[in-house]
Design a protein around this ligand. Structure first.
Ligand code: SAH
Length: 340
């Protein structure tokens, strides 16, 4: 059965109208689901018994089961392992920043993109998540920690642009007044670079942030570590990125995982600098999280800093990602694999 929380306010209206109920009731049901976060239709006390019964007959509310939580003693980062209704496992991360808390959520159980350095893709993708499941990653985190989440990054396992419609539903519900009411600007979606979907997203003209997992500045190198690069060239990707910026006015972020001896050299920095110079963007350098099966190591911090300076010499805005939760880590997707 479908989780009713995957439906937008307009869709809820149609469902209720189908039951012969007044459409304004949709707002009340929405608030029970996304503000009060009930787990049972019976709790919706201002909705008639008959409608509650019909809803319960046709839909379910499935709250994620928290299978495990790892808490960092250093910085308050928490890694959540959740069990979906069909027993699949996903990971999310709660991060504390000075001004707000951030949630990094998964969009799929596993991943099919097969990037060589990533643990999420080692066993392929089992299935994409529904909007309700992505929302519940956040809701459950807020309940568990007792803290509000101020920004969301769709940067856990999975390729979010492959579940395009469901992702848009998730964003719409997350930014609804009657629900969590997050601003679009507080949401970041990260993609390995599905070019046609980047353009489609641009056409929606949302104010969300887009992060592109680049990791190499030449097609030749990128193809060695990211199968998606065989489908779309860096030139096509850059063109889609420019289009996204034109349409939305949102500055893009390029993610670049530094891998010792592979993409962290002087020439690599030069190629990346030449590629991005003059573009309105931000580069996030991430010392790679070593995944046992992948065999990539991170450069020492001096080398990472030199890479950063070289890029800055091209006039590019660069940060080295601050490491959070290093004591509970294991790279992306590793907790799930360990558990299985
Ligand atoms: N599929 C999307 C989102 C999930 S991956 C994407 O590719 O962007 C989220 C980010 O983590 C990506 O930038 C990805 O390249 C990066 N990542 C994956 N494995 C990593 C590792 N072992 N070390 C550092 N970054 C990694």
């Amino acid at each position: 059965m479908d989780d009713i929380r995957s439906y937008t306010p307009d869709e809820l209206k149609k469902i209720l109208e189908g039951y012969g109920e007044k459409p304004y009731r949709a707002g009340q049901v929405f608030s029970w689901l996304h503000e009060k976060k009930v787990s049972d239709f019976e709790e919706m006390s201002n909705i008639s018994k008959e409608i509650r019964r019909r809803l319960a007959e046709d839909y379910e509310i499935y709250r994620l089961k928290t299978a495990e939580v790892l808490s960092s003693k250093k910085d308050g980062t928490k890694k959540f392992l959740y069990e979906l209704s069909d027993g699949n496992l996903i990971e999310s991360v709660f991060m504390k920043y000075r001004e707000w808390n951030s949630a990094c959520i998964s969009s799929q159980a596993g991943c099919d993109m097969g990037c060589a350095f990533c643990a999420s893709g080692l066993d392929g993708c089992v299935r994409s998540l529904r909007a309700a499941e992505m929302l519940d990653e956040i809701y459950t985190m807020e309940e568990y920690t007792g803290e509000k989440i101020g920004s969301v990054v769709v940067m856990g396992s999975g390729e979010p642009l492959l579940l395009f419609d469901e992702l848009l539903r998730f964003i719409e519900i997350l930014t609804c007044k009657g629900g969590k009411n997050l601003s679009q600007r507080s949401i970041t979606v990260s993609t390995c670079g599905i070019v046609p979907k980047i353009k489609e997203l641009a056409d929606r003209e949302l104010a969300i942030n887009l992060a592109i997992s680049l990791h190499a500045a030449t097609d030749e190198k990128r193809r060695q570590i990211m199968p998606v690069a065989k489908r779309y060239s860096i030139e096509e990707l850059m063109e889609a990125c420019s289009y996204y910026f034109e349409k939305t006015g949102r500055r893009l972020t390029f993610e670049y995982a530094l891998m010792e001896g592979f993409n962290d050299g002087e020439e690599d920095a030069g190629a990346l600098g030449a590629l991005l110079a003059g573009k309105n963007c931000h580069v996030n350098l991430i010392p790679v999280n070593p995944v046992k099966e992948a065999g990539f190591a991170r450069p020492d911090s001096g080398k990472a800093r030199r890479f950063k300076v070289r890029l800055e010499n091209f006039g590019i805005n660069v940060t080295i990602r601050r490491e959070l939760g290093s004591d509970i880590d294991g790279a992306c997707g590793q907790l799930r694999r360990k558990y299985r």
